[in-house]
Design a protein around this ligand. Structure first.
Ligand SMILES: *Cc1c(COP(=O)(O)O)cnc(C)c1O
Length: 397
């Protein structure tokens, strides 16, 4: 029988999670109930946030954050082209204009050096730049001290796409998810999609100040409020007031039941991810033609992804060839990401060409993501290392 391929991603779910979901089903609470409230509190406490609201996805968290800020037509939002499409979709869905900024060559995070000029240019074009959405690519925190500096200079709200960055830390500012006292608003969106560092199948979380999160909670459930009933008490229990045309973005108790157990195991997950990433980097840093990812001294990486870049002129094969050789050796890989400006919709709508963001383009052409998840055994990790090493050594220029 042919050897099965080592999958790029696999979920580590224990019996406890399974039992908890069964218990939740027996409790009769299927939709948003006590488990969701418990998960929100536990998550907020973990990252040191004043408040959190659990949502149906990471995308929902980002979308509702823009709605709380009141982003709409005529506005512009700054983000990175090196991200998943939904970061930019929510800007489009809000009716606003995305402004993409090229990334730093080492971390592939948005380069704060270019932001000031982009804000000025965009404002001259008559658009109101309201928000910056930094993406913590692969789980490496952005230079948030610089981002906040620029945000306060230009009076921008900050919505972090932390889909990869749980748990991750910035040594001066604390955990990603902690909230800074920032004038036009600060919120952080997380994803619990099946491949992310902790999962609820589908799900997300938004952290922010208590007032930001209250508004997000209202907008995430049809814009319905029971506060008027609580205030006046005369309307009866059937009474609610619709205060905005809100979304249907709430999380279910079944999802939160999974999330609570995953959260309990996050330290164990974090250690294992780091252990595997360091083992990869130790092996690959010696090999000509391979560029392992970096971790700056000022941050703690969540190691959501291990993105290896090949050095084109050191090898006789290109990235696609490298991936094919790994597939032949039964190693699953993935790619994060096809840059936003190269997707048909954004290319056609904004007339981008591939080299509009040269650092993003260069890295895209050289990158691949290797398997990295707590469920991997030591021998699976070794199998990845030998396959990558073999492919690189047998194709030296
Ligand atoms: C996964 C992901 C999202 C979206 O999260 P969902 O929970 O799948 O909606 C957003 N941004 C980035 C960078 C992601 O990787």
């Amino acid at each position: 029988m042919p050897k099965a391929i080592l999958p790029f991603s696999a979920i580590l779910l224990g019996e406890e999670e399974i039992e908890e979901v069964v218990d939740t089903l027996r409790s009769g609470w299927l939709t948003t109930g006590p488990k969701v409230a418990e998960f929100e509190h536990a998550f907020a406490e973990y990252v040191g946030a004043p408040a959190a609201v659990a949502l149906s996805s990471g995308t929902a968290a980002l979308h509702v954050a823009l709605a709380v800020i009141g982003v709409g037509p005529g506005d512009a939002v700054i983000t990175s082209p090196m991200t998943f499409c939904s970061t930019v979709h929510v800007i489009e869905q809000s009716g606003a204009h995305p402004v993409l900024i090229d990334v730093q060559p080492d971390t592939l995070n948005i380069d704060p050096e270019h932001v000031a000029r982009a804000v000025e240019t965009t404002r001259r074009e008559g658009r109101n730049v309201r928000v910056i959405m930094p993406v913590h690519y692969a789980g490496h925190p952005c230079d948030m001290d610089l981002v906040f500096e620029i945000a306060s200079e230009f009076n921008l709200a900050v919505v972090e796409d932390a889909a990869h960055a749980f748990p991750a830390r910035h040594s001066a500012l604390g955990d990603i998810g902690a909230i800074q006292d920032h004038a036009p608003g600060h919120a952080v969106g997380f994803s619990f999609y099946a491949t992310k560092n902790i999962t609820t199948g589908e799900g997300g979380m938004l952290t922010g100040s208590p007032s930001f999160v209250d508004r997000a909670r209202l907008l995430s459930l049809h814009g319905m409020s029971r506060d008027a009933w609580k205030r006046y008490g005369s309307g009866g229990s059937w009474f609610y007031e619709v205060q905005a045309p809100g979304f249907k973005y709430n999380m279910m108790d079944i999802q939160a039941a999974l999330g609570l157990h995953q959260l309990n195991r996050v330290e164990q997950f974090e250690l294992r991810r780091r252990e595997i990433a360091l083992k990869y980097s130790e092996a690959f840093s010696e090999i000509r033609g391979l560029q392992p990812p970096t971790e700056k001294g000022s941050v703690t990486h969540s190691w959501h992804l291990y993105v290896l870049r090949i050095v084109a002129n050191e090898l006789t094969i290109d990235r696609d060839g490298f991936i094919r050789c790994l597939t032949d050796r039964k190693i699953g890989t993935s790619l994060h990401f096809i840059p936003i400006h190269m997707h048909a919709y954004y290319r056609d709508r904004y007339g981008y060409s591939p080299d509009d963001f040269p650092v993003t383009l260069d890295s895209f052409l050289r990158m691949l993501s290797l398997p990295l998840y707590p469920k991997m055994t030591d021998s699976e990790v070794d199998a990845v290392i030998s396959a990558v090493t073999e492919v690189a050594l047998s194709h030296q220029a």
